[in-house]
Design a protein around this ligand. Structure first.
Ligand code: ADP
Ligand code: ASP
Ligand code: MG
Length: 402
């Protein structure tokens, strides 16, 4: 008997009609004789609405209370989905993260799953019911509820599939697969039938929201093959898996991340240890630095610029401003920028990709502020108001995607 984990995102469960639609997908699988575990997100914009409600009351609420609040969103959708399934004549039970055995570390708001005690879920499956589990949440060692970070229900589903040794893990969403660019922004984007874990991980980390990056990391680690597909249209989706050489595309996607900040320190000493002092202070604040640019030294000084997530900009600024040799230097912080990235496993063995990216930006008269590359991606930092134009222009340059 096959065991299937199916995850449904916020738009897929946003109202009664959508819940019935999701219940029918689950029941179809159940009636084929499979054991089905459904992992659900909060309905529609519930999580954003809860955050907004908190901010109206307290501009800086504690992370623990935020998690107490935000976990409620998934509780509502899980209970409603279980009732919908019952109403359609099949047995179902909903479980909160802790009831389903999700144990996490104590990092409220961005907790990591440490282990899943699957006994309760397995017991419910043995009883013959459909099990509905709240995504995005777990319990820490203080018996407090924690959340896994925005978009974390994908991670819940993959982790549960790995822990249960599921035969399939399906991620149902509001698009019918992973595209070469966000299909809502680039209408010519093409659906990929297959994408490798490494490419998907880069795309997800660089802004393609369709899968949460931690979920892809986990899928790769535990070798869980994922299928991303639409909850609204019954079409084949995109399979995320280990991909062989011959299946590799030159470019598999173009994406943007607008939550980026650039910090530049002008005229620091051109001596050994300067970069170490700066980035050591930033690391002490647990801030992840992304692109780093250092100018050529001139007259004993140089400039160092780097990017961080926009939400970390204040912490990074605070860190550098406390450094004795740096505090008196000119420090600039820009937040009206975006990172546009091109990802493709085939890049490793082809030349000329970077020049095509730069040509596409030149054609659109878009200035490149910073560049960073890895074996399978090229990222550029540009003005935020040109990010969509840049994605489209670069995407056009690499057509066709075959
Ligand atoms: P869910 O609520 O189901 O988790 P999300 O909103 O988190 O769904 O993710 C789905 C969205 O991701 C789509 O509506 C789409 O606009 C966006 N998206 C961004 N990049 C891509 C891409 N490359 N392929 C498919 N969808 C993408
Ligand atoms: N409801 C959570 C969020 O909006 C988790 C998720 O949807 O995956 O981020
Ligand atoms: Mg999501």
């Amino acid at each position: 008997m096959a065991l299937i984990v199916q995850k449904f995102g916020g738009t897929s469960v946003k109202n009664a009609e959508r819940l019935k639609n999701v219940a029918s997908i689950i029941i179809d699988e159940y009636k084929k004789g499979s054991k089905v575990v459904a992992v659900v997100s909060a309905q529609g914009d519930t999580t954003d609405d809860l955050i907004e409600k908190a901010r109206e009351i307290n501009s800086d609420p504690s992370k623990r209370e935020m998690d107490q609040l935000m976990t409620a969103g998934e509780q509502i959708s899980a209970a409603l989905l279980a009732m919908t399934i019952e109403g359609m004549g099949c047995p179902a039970v909903s479980l909160l993260g802790w009831q389903a055995g999700f144990e996490t570390n104590t990092a409220y708001g961005s907790a990591r799953i440490k282990r899943i005690d699957t006994r309760r879920v397995e017991r419910e499956l043995e009883r013959g019911g459909i099990v509905v589990v709240t995504g995005f949440q777990g319990k820490n060692r203080y018996d407090d509820m924690t959340t896994l970070g925005r978009g974390g229900s994908d991670t819940s589903a993959v982790a549960l599939a790995a822990a249960l040794g599921a035969d399939r893990c399906q991620i149902y969403t509001d698009v019918d697969g992973v595209y070469t660019a966000d299909p809502r922004k680039v209408p010519q984007a093409k659906k990929l039938s297959v994408i490798s874990y490494d490419e998907m991980l880069e795309l997800a980390s660089l802004g393609a929201q369709v899968l949460n990056n931690r979920s892809v990391e986990m899928a790769k680690k535990y070798n869980v093959e994922l299928e991303v597909l639409s909850s609204l249209e019954r079409l084949p989706g995109t399979v995320v898996k280990e991909v062989s050489e011959v299946e590799k595309l030159l470019v598999s996607g173009v994406t943007k991340d607008c939550s980026v900040a650039k910090i530049a320190i002008i005229g620091v000493k051109d001596t050994p240890g300067t970069a170490f002092k700066i980035f050591n202070a930033i690391a002490a604040k647990k801030v992840v630095v992304d692109v780093i640019l250092q100018s050529i030294g001139r007259d004993g000084t140089k400039d160092i610029a780097f990017t961080v997530a926009a939400s970390d900009a204040d912490a990074a600024l605070e860190a550098v401003k406390t450094l004795p040799d740096i505090a008196d230097k000119k420090i600039e912080c820009e937040t009206d920028i975006a990172k546009v990235s091109v990802v493709g496993a085939g890049m490793e063995s082809h030349q000329g990709i970077a020049s095509k990216v730069f040509e596409a930006l030149y054609d659109e008269n878009i200035n490149i502020r910073m560049i960073s590359t890895s074996e399978i991606k090229i990222s550029v930092i540009i003005d935020r108001d040109r990010a969509d134009d840049a994605v489209r222009a670069i995407h056009d340059k690499f057509e066709p995607y075959e």
